[in-house]
Design a protein. Structure first.
Lengths: 232, 657
């Protein structure tokens, strides 16, 4: 990657995706961009080169000019939504799971959005439990994997706090805020591989591990990641 | 350690340590082996102080030490550290590990660590009855074969299987348990173990692993027992391990242990997937249900009121105070001293208005003991039934406002019985800050049973609005001051993490034993403080300081609080005994010298006052003089300020009670 992140004319697909993403975001917030405005506001960095890229998109039939404003066509929209989806899923992964700073999250998501294959995107989406919004609160366009959600297909991983009472899960990862907390939980049998059943969430969270009931602070449950087990 | 004469050392059998997870019945087994009483409890961490006794049922009558429940030898609390420290301090002792059969995973996790310390041990698999109810079966024969130590199934509360302990004590040996740590850890452990003092003997490998896991509680021990060079060696190896393992050594060690335990469990542990729905399960779930838990709590409080308030503070106190002391002991003591004691000051000291018999003993035995005694019985029932941790679950979020968590409910509830005793039990709280906060709130706004009786009687004589205002002001003060104090006090609060034991039917014998032990504690620890407090009052009175103090405080009482001048006496006495102050107001009210509004103001002030001189002494003992002094310096003016504001507001609004 070049030091100066942004417009990379030697990677036409990357540049195209950046423009698509920018157009999706502005359309989402209800404003249409002119070519000039796009060149100034684009996330990947303002510059003069965007005119050529936009021209290509218009030629591909993904973008049309409507009274000087840039609009996504139907094909353009479906391309753009995939880019946006990858970007926002990456943000969730980096910010909420890895707890990277928002700044790092942003820049890394910008990078990875161009790299993820559909297969990996779907896996990430499932891993995160098909999150509906990104850390900024903007909607993540649902993919095919999310459509199955109406049947409540369990996500690959979720936090203890996201379980419903009666649901079970196997601990995959524990990321408590204090390190000594990890030892304490581990002494009580809450350790990767252990099966937890959520008994109740209110007035305090109670989980069952082996045959012991444990009452936990929400913040502790927040750092325990599980792979839900489905009852048949 | 003092060096005993050789002959004694040779013949004294090694002590036996009871070690196990919390709530597995160690204390019951202790009682069964020693035939003496001990605090047995369901609430994690109540056995803070260790109990020693002679195991009369074991060969040679060895010393038996009951250690606080622990889940690991890497301590997470003061209690657990006590257990670890005893284990290190008693290298020759035989370990009698007690485990909850249905929670075999946690039992064996501890066994693994005991084995690393090279301890000779036996394993009692207790609570077989509960395991059976849950469809759990443990092949103890196979477990015995694999571990190489005696494994004894038992149900201690029914005295079943316990005879296996004396029979097989001699077979105690080191358990065979190989946790198969990563090679890098094994290498480092060998190297560190070689540097450890020889007198640790078999324990060296275990201690080496603890040091490598970075157990901070061992730092002091390490400074005392290792050379600086070796301390550095441990640190270097630990840092190297963390780099090469990619995780903390503690995590890697615990993972390996869990893996080994899981493997063993596969061979010996069989469980049918239990269908939820036993009566006890449902009751347990109900008592911490967000909606149904509230009526359950109300029911428990109602029973508490009937048992402690009506029966203890009413019926029993009438018998002891009016009957035993009023008609028999005090008249007899007065008559005797008038006959045999020529010195007026000594007569006063014994039977005067601030006399040892007429005030201190009457107070401690006739008024407080019946109340506290019934409270102990009720509290014992709550503990053994497993309700208290559920109550903690219920109130956790509310307690958060005061910077505390659900665990603090135990001392707070106990405070309604006796603040002095409650202040001592703050030891179960994990951080220093929480202990200080609870001590402070107990002293500020939790009325003890003796005081509560007088307060409720007085509130009963005025409009219901009075009770409502009193309760509202006290609760608001507790939460408001708690909220502010938790933000101002330095230190860390702990997260809520609490084991909730199953609902169990308390055994009568156990409750009686506990009540007896606690009553003995009360007589030994609290009664002397009553005597001391009375002595202070007597001296103030005898030197003429009391009337002068009254004169001094009059403007405050009359001007600010709008009370009659006689009320100043009650506040002064209340300075030494909060409920005595309340009793003083009760008399004024009876004589028509206080109207409803004045009574309410007086009650609020006296409730917020420092409880009693005994409590002050315990505060100093537990928290140190500086902290206790600071708390009292806040509480006294604060109580008056709240009273003054309340007086002003009520008069301004024109409330009639």
């Amino acid at each position: 990657m070049s030091e100066e992140r942004g417009f990379a004319p030697h990677l036409p697909s990357v540049a195209r995706e950046e423009v698509l993403e920018e157009l999706w975001t502005s359309q989402e917030s209800g404003t249409l961009l002119t070519l000039g405005a796009l060149g100034e506001t684009i996330h990947a960095g303002p510059g003069d080169g965007w005119g050529g890229v936009t021209q290509e998109l218009v030629e591909l039939g993904w973008v049309r000019l409507d009274d000087g404003h840039l609009c996504l066509t139907e094909t353009g929209k479906s391309e753009a939504r995939e880019v946006v989806r990858r970007h926002r899923l990456a943000e969730v992964l980096f910010h909420q799971v890895f707890e990277l700073s928002m700044e790092t999250t942003e820049s890394e998501a910008c990078r990875i959005e161009h790299e993820l294959s559909p297969q990996v995107t779907e896996a990430v989406c499932s891993f995160l439990g098909h999150p509906p919004v990104c850390p900024h609160g903007r909607p993540i366009p649902p993919g095919a994997c999310c459509a199955l959600l109406s049947r409540r297909v369990p996500s690959l991983i979720c936090r203890l706090i996201d379980l419903k009472p009666g649901e079970r899960g196997r601990v995959v990862l524990m990321a408590p805020r204090h390190r000594d907390r990890l030892d304490q939980l581990s002494d009580l049998g809450v350790t990767p591989g252990a099966v937890l059943t959520l008994r109740q969430r209110k007035p305090s969270l109670v989980v069952e591990v082996d045959r012991t009931l444990l009452a936990l602070e929400d913040e502790i449950a927040d750092g325990i990641y599980l792979r839900p087990l489905v009852e048949w | 350690m003092t060096s005993a004469p050789d002959s004694v050392a040779r013949f004294a059998p090694p002590p036996v340590l009871l070690v196990g997870n919390p709530n597995v019945g160690k204390s019951v087994i202790f009682g069964a082996l020693t035939k003496t009483y001990v605090t047995v409890s369901n609430y994690p961490g109540t056995t803070v102080e260790i109990t020693r006794g002679r195991a009369r049922l074991l060969a040679g009558v060895p010393e038996l030490i009951d250690t606080p429940g622990t889940n690991s030898l890497t301590p997470q609390s003061e209690d657990e550290q006590v257990t670890r420290d005893i284990l290190l301090a008693e290298p020759d002792a035989i370990v009698l590990q007690v485990g909850d059969t249905k929670n075999l995973r946690r039992v064996l996790y501890l066994t693994a660590q005991l084995a690393e310390l090279g301890r000779r041990q036996l394993l009692v698999l207790n609570l077989q009855d509960e395991a059976r109810d849950l469809g759990v079966r443990v092949e103890s024969g196979e477990l015995e074969r694999r571990l190489g130590i005696p494994v004894i199934p038992a149900t201690a509360t029914r005295n079943a299987g316990l005879d296996g302990i004396p029979h097989r004590l001699a077979e105690a040996t080191q358990a065979q348990f190989d946790s198969a740590y990563p090679a890098a850890i094994e290498r480092a452990a060998l190297e560190v173990a070689a540097a450890l003092p020889v007198d640790l003997g078999q324990a060296r490998r275990g201690v080496a692993l603890m040091l490598l896991a970075g157990d901070r509680t061992l730092a002091e021990w390490a400074r005392g027992h290792l050379t600086e060079q070796d301390v550095d060696l441990v640190e270097t190896r630990r840092a190297e391990l963390e780099r090469s393992l990619g995780c903390s050594t503690a995590v890697a060690i615990s993972r390996a242990r869990h893996r080994a335990v899981s493997e063993l469990l596969r061979a010996v542990f069989h469980a049918k997937r239990s269908r939820a729905g036993s009566m006890r399960d449902r009751l347990g779930a109900l008592s911490m249900h967000p909606v149904w838990g509230v009526p359950v709590l109300a029911g428990v409080l109602f029973v508490a009121y009937e048992v402690v308030g009506v029966f203890g503070a009413g019926t029993l106190v009438r018998l002891t105070e009016d009957g035993l002391f009023g008609k028999v002991i005090n008249p007899a003591a007065t008559a005797l001293s008038q006959r045999f004691i020529p010195w007026g000051w000594l007569r006063d000291l014994l039977v005067g208005p601030y006399g040892m018999v007429t005030m201190a003993l009457t107070y401690a035995i006739a008024i407080v003991l019946p109340v506290v005694g019934t409270f102990f019985v009720f509290f014992g029932l709550l503990e053994d039934s497993g309700y208290l941790p559920r109550l903690a679950v219920m109130v956790n979020r509310i307690f958060r406002i005061m910077g505390l968590n659900g665990k603090a409910v135990l001392p707070m509830i106990l405070g309604l019985g006796c603040d002095t005793m409650a202040t001592l039990t703050t030891r179960i709280l994990p951080t220093r800050k929480e202990r200080a906060l609870v001590t402070f709130l107990l002293a500020l706004g939790v009325p003890c049973s003796a005081q509560l009786g007088v307060v409720l009687a007085m509130l009963g004589s005025m409009a219901p609005l009075g009770t409502f205002i009193w309760g509202g002001v006290v609760a608001a003060t507790l939460f408001g001051v708690g909220w502010a104090a938790s933000r101002l006090m330095p230190g860390r609060s702990s997260d809520f993490l609490l084991e909730v034991p199953p609902i169990r039917v308390p055994s009568v014998g156990n409750i009686l034993i506990k009540t007896a032990a606690r009553t003995e504690w009360y007589l030994k620890e609290a009664v002397p403080l009553f005597v001391l407090g009375t002595l202070v009052l007597y001296l103030l009175d005898a030197t003429g300081a009391l009337p002068r103090l009254e004169l001094f405080s009059r403007p405050l009482v009359v001007g600010l609080l709008g009370l009659p001048p006689q009320a100043a006496d009650s506040f002064l006495v209340g300075f030494l005994r909060r409920d005595y102050g309340a009793a003083g107001f009760f008399l004024l009210r009876q004589h028509g010298q206080l109207d409803g509004l004045q009574s309410l103001v007086a009650l609020v002030v006296i409730t917020l006052f420092v409880p009693c001189i005994a409590n002050v002494f315990v505060m100093i003992k537990e928290r140190g003089f500086k902290t206790a002094a600071a708390m009292i310096a806040f509480i006294v003016p604060f109580a008056f300020a709240v009273g003054a504001v309340l007086n002003w507001v009520l008069r301004g609004v024109g409330v009639h009670l």
